[in-house]
Design a protein around this ligand. Structure first.
Ligand SMILES: C[S@@+](CC[C@H](N)C(=O)[O-])C[C@H]1O[C@@H](n2cnc3c(N)ncnc32)[C@H](O)[C@@H]1O
Length: 242
C-alpha cells in the first residue's frame, strides 16, 4: 500500500517506526534540522506562529518557552493530531486536523509560518506558497525545512530505489519512497524550483541553508563524520515584502 504524506503516519506500523526513529539519540532531526530552524526563526517573542505539518507539535512548547504569543498547528494525520493535542495542553494555541492544501487560511494573521520536513509532501507548492503569503502579516516570514533535493532526486517514481545516485534532478514532481517499511509519496523539486516558487508567490528570499553538521551537536564522532558526507536537509526563509 502506497500513502500520501499524512496517510503514511496513520498506518500504525509506519507511525510506530517513525516515532521510534525520532526518539533515537543523535537522530538527524535533533542534530541537523532543529538547530538550523531555531537559528533561522530569530526572535519569536510576541509572535503569532502557524506550523504546517506540525506532527506531534512538541516544538510548540519550545516556541512558548522562547516567548511566542500564539501557536496554530495544521496536521493531516489523526495519530499525530492526538499527540499534538496533548502537547498543546495548557498553552495559548491549538492544533487543527486539516491538510495544508485545503485549510482556509485567514488573511494577514501570522507573523511567522514554519514548516518542518513536510513541504516535500506537497504537489502544488506554488499554490501553497501563495496561500502562505496571504496569511502572513506584512513583513511576516516563512521558515521551512525539507528533505534535500539531492536526496529526493535519488528516488524513483516506482518506489524502488535502484541507487543513491542523483538522477533526473531537473525533472520535478512525483516520487515514491520505501521508507520505514512502508511506501510514501513525495515531490522532488530542485533548489532553484523552491527558490523561484517563493519569488513567484511574492516573497523575498532571505536565507538558504543545507544542514551542515556541527561537531558540538554530536556526542559520537562516527555519526558526525557520517553526516559530513551527504546533505540531508535544505532550509529556506523568506519575507513578505510585497
Ligand atoms: C516528517 S513529519 C514532521 C513533523 C513535524 N513538523 C516535525 O518536524 O516533528 C511530516 C508531517 O507532515 C504531515 N503532513 C504531510 N502531508 C501533509 C498535508 N498535506 N497536510 C497536513 N499535514 C501533512 C504528516 O502527517 C507528518 O506529521
Amino acid at each position: 500500500m502506497s500513502y500520501n504524506g499524512f496517510q503514511f503516519y496513520d498506518n500504525e506500523t509506519n507511525f510506530e517506526k517513525y516515532m521510534e526513529r525520532r526518539a533515537w539519540k543523535e537522530n538527524a532531526n535533533d542534530t541537523l534540522e532543529k538547530p538550523v530552524v531555531r537559528e533561522l526563526l530569530g526572535e519569536v517573542s510576541g509572535k503569532k506562529i502557524l506550523d504546517l505539518g506540525c506532527g506531534d507539535a512538541k516544538f510548540a512548547k519550545e516556541l512558548f518557552d522562547l516567548g511566542c504569543e500564539n501557536y496554530i498547528g495544521i496536521e493531516g494525520s489523526t495519530n499525530m493530531i492526538e499527540l499534538a493535542t496533548e502537547s498543546l495542553e495548557g498553552l495559548n494555541g491549538a492544533v487543527i486536523q486539516a491538510t495544508m492544501e485545503d485549510w482556509e487560511y485567514p488573511e494577514s494573521s501570522f507573523d511567522l509560518v514554519i514548516s518542518r520536513l513536510a513541504l516535500h509532501y506537497i504537489e502544488d507548492i506554488d499554490g501553497l506558497f501563495k496561500k502562505i503569503h496571504q496569511t502572513l502579516k506584512p513583513n511576516g516570514v516563512i521558515v521551512f525545512s525539507i528533505e534535500h533535493p539531492v536526496i529526493t532526486s535519488t528516488l524513483q517514481t516506482s518506489g524502488t530505489r535502484t541507487s543513491w545516485t542523483v538522477d533526473n534532478y531537473f525533472i520535478e514532481g512525483f516520487r515514491e519512497q520505501q521508507w520505514l517499511g512502508g511506501t510514501v509519496h513525495k515531490y522532488h523539486r530542485s533548489i532553484e524550483g523552491y527558490y523561484r516558487a517563493l519569488q513567484g508567490a511574492g516573497f523575498t528570499v532571505e536565507n538558504l541553508r543545507e544542514s551542515t553538521p556541527h561537531r558540538e551537536h554530536f556526542e559520537n564522532e562516527e555519526t558526525y563524520e557520517r553526516r559530513l558526507r551527504i546533505p540531508l536537509f535544505l532550509f529556506l526563509s523568506a519575507k513578505k515584502t510585497t
